[in-house]
Structures are given as structure tokens and as C-alpha cells.
Design a protein. Structure first.
Length: 354
């Protein structure tokens, strides 16, 4: 194999593939008449990207993903040459040569599941920023480390929870296709949210789920997602409703949260036309802030962990939110007063105040 490519374009493709795979994965570089394809696969997921290149000699090699991505990121030259030299893949630029070992193992990329629908990439990215971040990070609870992806006739629904909070986002599909219901690793979807552009294709069958956009395809094995549903959270006994500016509330939570106890818990005290945030800690003092708000119903005043509130409010930045507060230790439901194309619902469990 021998080819010349624009360094920035090649680096972008290799880096994207490396980030979507596990750290020690190998990358398959395949050069031919159609240019260069960059592919990789690990035990759960597979990725395939295309990149422009001037191919001098066809061929394919398997090389370590991490070192190649890091090498290309550090190059300042406009063009780079990749050429096989014996048991090495040489990365050549003017005045420099960097050689990576060729891996001997075979790499078989699984077939992409059939495309069943399409969605606007910007809307998908907006939804995933909040929903994927709500999934559990602890691998000891693997069933909560995924996002439930469901497609209906004209709607895509994304659901994730770490048991203490849950985010549900719905957005329109661009075409009607076969339904999907799969639990997809949240880490993969979070990285996808950083890269997806334009129209994104949704692919799926019984065992795999995939996304495709602008020369990139990503596929992963899936788990049974039936257990993860907002129907498990009771939200029919709302006692108090509060409408407030999301950014103002988030800023107040950050400031008042500095004075919260070791559990980072603060209280939302609901008044007739205001919302008062309060927290205290014996060795750092106490803080309170009052925000104007539209209040209806009772005056239920729950306590929440500051970080969970901030994570929830991030998805509503720039607008007004409605807090639907339930009595006792039932979840608070947060929605946009005026939802856009992405309709987000966030459930936050209250904490016991000390």
C-alpha cells in the first residue's frame, strides 16, 4: 500500500475511528480506486469511514489505532504519505518518518444493519448531549449504561437513566420505516454526538444498531431495552408547578451549591411568586438566592443534588422550564415551557434534607 493524503483530513478520519473504538483496537486501512477507507472493530462495535487520498499502490494493512491517530494529530505538514515498508507502515512527511508495526491478526468488519429511517443530525446531537450524559457511568450496572433507542412511525425516542434521574427526548424522523427498540451503549452515542453531521441514517435489526452520516458508518451490538421506560416513574400527582428561566436557575444552583453540605444538596423553597434556593454547611457557611417565578398549585419545597439539577437544566439552556413537583420522594419532572423540535423531559429524584 502506498498513498498520499491531506494530513488534516486523514487525521480527522483516523481520530474519529479511534475515539469510537476501544483504546487498543487495530485500524484497517484499505486503499483502492475509490480512495481510502478506515475501519475498525472490537468486541461490541465497528466503524467504517472514507477519506480522500491519492492512491499509488492498492493494498490494506492493520495497524494500532492509538499511535497512528496521535502521530497524525501532531503533524504540521499539509500532506502525508503512508507506505508499507516491510513489516512497518511508514508515515512520511518532509524531514520525518514514523513507522508503526503491522498487526498480523485478521479484522472482519460486520455488515451494517439495514437502514430503517433518517433523522436531522443537529436535532439528534442536541438530544444526545443530554440523554447520553444521564446514563450510568459505572460498569457494575451495565443495564443502566445504555440509551434506549426507539423509533416509531414518525418519531424517535431516546431514554436513559442512572436510577436517580432519567432523561427522555423525542424528535421527528424524516422517513417512516421499520421500528427499532434497542439499548445502545451511551459512550458510543456520546461520541457520535460530537461527530455526526447533516442527515443521519438509523440502521437496525435484532442484534445490532447503526448510525451513518457523511461517509461514516458506526454499528454496535445491542441489549434488551424493554425495562427502561419513563412509565416506571409516577408523574400523575403533581402538587406544585413552577416556571422559571433555565439559565437563571442554573446560575443560582452553581452559586448556592458552593455552600451545600457534603452531599451537595440544596433546597428549592417555593413561594407565591418566587423560588428561593438555600444551602448550608457548618464549615463553609450558608447561601440563599431568590428568583422570580410563576407558581401554581401547592408550595412543595423539595431538595436536590446540585449536580443533577445542573445536568438537567443544561438541556434547556436559553429557554424557560416548568418544574412539576410531586409531594414526598417522588420525581420532579422538568420540561421546556415552549419545546422545539427536540422535546425533552427530565426526571430528577429528590434528596432528604438534613
Amino acid at each position: 500500500m502506498d498513498l498520499t493524503a491531506a494530513t488534516r483530513s486523514l487525521s480527522s478520519a483516523v481520530t474519529a475511528a479511534a475515539r469510537l473504538l476501544s483504546a487498543r483496537s487495530g485500524l484497517l486501512l484499505r486503499a483502492g480506486k475509490d480512495g481510502l477507507t478506515v475501519g475498525g472493530s472490537d468486541s461490541e462495535r465497528a466503524v467504517l469511514l472514507t477519506s480522500d487520498a491519492m492512491v499509488h499502490t492498492d493494498g490494506e494493512v492493520l495497524v494500532p489505532a492509538g499511535p497512528l491517530a496521535e502521530t497524525l494529530r501532531m503533524l504540521d505538514d499539509d500532506l502525508v504519505r503512508l507506505v508499507v515498508e516491510g513489516s512497518r507502515l511508514a508515515v512520511r512527511v518532509e524531514g520525518g518518518r514514523y513507522a508503526l508495526p503491522l498487526l498480523s491478526r485478521e479484522l472482519n468488519l460486520p455488515d451494517m444493519p439495514p437502514k430503517v429511517s433518517e433523522v436531522d443530525g443537529h436535532a439528534l446531537v442536541t438530544a444526545l448531549r443530554t440523554v447520553a450524559g444521564t446514563a450510568a457511568k459505572d460498569d457494575a450496572l451495565p443495564m443502566f449504561t445504555g440509551v434506549r433507542v426507539q423509533s416509531f412511525s414518525r418519531e424517535l425516542r431516546l431514554t436513559a437513566s442512572d436510577r436517580y434521574r432519567m432523561a427522555v427526548a423525542t424528535l421527528p424522523l424524516r422517513s417512516e420505516g421499520e421500528p427499532i427498540d434497542a439499548l445502545v451503549p451511551a459512550g458510543l452515542l456520546a461520541e457520535t454526538a460530537k461527530q455526526a453531521r447533516g442527515t443521519v441514517g438509523l440502521h437496525g435489526d435484532r442484534t445490532r444498531f447503526g448510525l451513518s452520516w457523511a461517509g461514516v458508518t458506526v454499528t454496535t451490538a445491542v441489549l434488551d431495552a424493554g425495562f427502561l421506560s419513563e412509565k416506571l416513574i409516577e408523574s400523575s400527582t403533581v402538587d406544585t408547578t413552577v416556571e422559571v428561566a433555565a439559565d437563571a436557575l442554573a446560575a443560582a444552583v452553581r452559586r448556592v451549591g458552593v455552600y451545600a453540605d457534603d452531599r451537595r444538596v440544596l433546597t428549592l423553597e417555593v413561594g407565591d411568586s418566587h423560588l428561593r434556593l438555600a444551602s448550608s454547611k457548618q464549615d463553609t457557611g450558608e447561601a440563599e438566592e431568590t428568583l422570580k417565578a410563576e407558581v401554581s398549585g401547592g408550595r412543595t419545597s423539595p431538595s436536590f443534588q446540585a449536580r443533577y439539577l445542573l445536568d438537567a437544566l443544561q438541556g434547556f439552556a436559553g429557554g424557560r422550564v416548568r418544574l412539576e413537583i410531586q409531594p414526598g420522594m417522588r420525581a420532579c419532572v422538568i420540561r421546556a415551557v415552549e419545546p422545539g423540535d427536540v422535546e425533552l423531559t427530565y426526571y430528577v429524584m429528590p434528596m432528604l434534607a438534613r
